[in-house]
Design a binder for this molecule. Structure first.
Ligand SMILES: *Cc1c(COP(=O)(O)O)cnc(C)c1O
Length: 353
C-alpha cells in the first residue's frame, strides 16, 4: 500500500488551503484581464472585483489588498487610534499569526477572550470589558474569526454572532469579522455571506485560501470606512498598480469556486473518520465542520509523524508538540483522500514499511 504515493508520483498536499494552484480557466482569465493603474482607480478588473465583493458581502464598498493579514491590519488601523484597546480571541489570527501587527502598525492594546474552539459568547465579551475610566485604554473594536483557523475551522452560527454583536452594540463598540474562510462558513451553514456579515462594521475575506486564487484579499465596509482604509492601504505599502491581473484570478474564484467548497468539507469529514479508526491517533470527528482537520498523535511527536508521512507523499502541518493539521483543498480530490488514508493507515499500523 505504501507504493500508492510513488505509483502516481503525486504529492497530496494537505498543509493548507493556501497551497492551491490556479486552474487553467483561472490562468486564462488572468492572462486576458483588462488592467490599468489601480492607485489612480483606473484598473477596471480591480474595480469590478471590489464592486462584486461588496455585493456578495452586503456592504457599500470593498478594497482589494495583497493579503488577509493586510486586510485585517488595515481594519484595525481604520477603526482605532493609538492607545485604544481591541478585543480578540486568544488564538485569533489577528493576534496570534500577524507578527504583532496591532501593536506595531496601530499602537493598540489587545485584550483577549478565550473561546471554545475560537467561539465565545456575549457574556464572555462582557466579562473582559471595563467601564470608561482614565486608567483604562478606551475599548474600540471587537474581532471575531469565521471560520476560526486554530479552532479547527469552527463555524460561528448566526445566533452566536448576534449574541456577541448585541453586547458590542450596547457598549458602543465596532465589530470586525476576519472572514478569511467566510466562504466555508457560508457553505457549512447554508447562510449567505451577506447574512453572516450583516452585524459587522467591517469584514475581511481571502481569495487565496479555499477559493484557490494565487493572491489577494479584500476588506469591506461602509463607503466612509473604505475611503479611510484606502489611505492606510497606501501607508502600509499595499497600493498596487496593474493589479487587475491578480484581481482577475480572485474574481474567477469568487464566481466559480465557492459552491465547490462542499467537496472540501466532505473530504475533510471522510479524512477525519478514517483517521479516527487508526491506532495512535486521537480525533473528535464531530469537531470537523469545514475543511480543517485537527488531530493528535498519542504515541510520538507530531513533527516525526509529519516527517515520515511527507516521505510517503502526504503532507500535513505539525501545529504543536502532538497536534497536526490537515486542510482539504481544491487540489486534493476524493480519490487523493482515499490514497492518503491508505498511506497513513499503513504507516500507523506498521504494515507499510
Ligand atoms: C490565512 C488567514 C488570514 C490571512 O492570511 P494571509 O496569509 O496574510 O493572506 C487571516 N485570517 C485567518 C483566519 C486566516 O486563516
Amino acid at each position: 500500500m505504501s507504493a500508492s504515493s510513488t505509483s502516481s508520483g503525486k504529492q497530496i498536499d494537505l498543509r493548507s488551503d493556501t497551497v492551491t494552484l490556479p486552474t487553467p480557466a483561472m490562468r486564462r482569465a488572468m492572462a486576458e484581464a483588462m488592467v490599468g493603474d489601480d492607485v489612480f482607480g483606473e484598473d477596471p478588473t480591480v474595480n469590478e472585483l471590489e464592486a462584486q465583493t461588496a455585493v456578495v458581502l452586503g456592504k457599500e464598498a470593498a478594497l482589494f489588498v495583497p493579503s488577509g493579514t493586510m486586510a485585517n491590519q488595515i481594519a484595525v488601523r481604520t477603526h482605532t487610534e493609538h492607545g485604544d484597546e481591541i478585543v480578540v480571541e486568544s488564538s485569533a489570527h489577528i493576534y496570534y499569526y500577524e507578527a504583532g501587527g496591532p501593536a506595531a502598525l496601530s499602537g493598540v492594546m489587545c485584550r483577549c477572550v478565550t473561546g471554545r474552539r475560537g467561539i465565545f459568547s456575549g457574556a464572555d465579551l462582557e466579562a473582559v470589558l471595563r467601564p470608561p475610566d482614565q486608567h483604562f485604554p478606551p475599548t474600540r473594536l471587537v474581532c471575531i474569526e469565521n471560520t476560526h483557523n486554530r479552532g479547527g475551522g469552527s463555524v460561528w452560527r448566526l445566533d452566536q454572532i448576534a449574541d456577541v454583536a448585541a453586547v458590542a452594540k450596547r457598549r458602543g463598540l465596532r465589530l470586525h469579522m476576519d472572514g478569511a474562510r467566510l466562504w466555508n462558513a457560508a457553505v457549512a451553514t447554508g447562510v449567505s455571506e451577506r447574512d453572516l456579515a450583516a452585524p459587522f462594521d467591517s469584514v475581511s475575506v481571502c481569495f487565496s485560501k479555499g477559493l484557490g486564487a494565487p493572491v489577494g484579499s479584500a476588506l469591506a465596509g461602509s463607503k466612509e470606512f473604505i475611503a479611510r482604509a484606502r489611505r492606510f492601504r497606501k501607508q502600509f505599502g499595499g497600493g498596487m498598480r496593474q493589479a487587475g491581473i491578480i484581481a482577475a484570478g480572485a474574481l474567477h474564484a469568487l464566481h466559480n469556486h465557492r459552491s465547490r467548497l462542499a467537496e472540501d468539507h466532505a473530504n475533510a469529514k471522510r479524512l477525519a473518520q478514517g483517521l479516527s479508526r487508526l491506532p495512535g491517533v486521537a480525533i473528535d470527528v464531530e469537531s470537523v465542520e469545514t475543511n480543517i482537520v485537527l488531530f493528535r498523535v498519542t504515541g510520538g511527536s507530531a513533527t516525526e509523524f509529519v516527517r515520515k508521512l511527507d516521505a510517503l507523499g502526504v503532507r500535513m502541518l505539525a501545529t504543536g508538540a502532538d497536534t497536526i493539521r490537515a486542510v482539504t483543498n481544491l487540489n486534493v480530490s476524493g480519490e487523493d483522500i482515499t490514497v492518503a488514508l491508505e498511506i497513513i493507515a499503513a504507516m500507523c499500523t506498521g504494515s507499510g514499511n
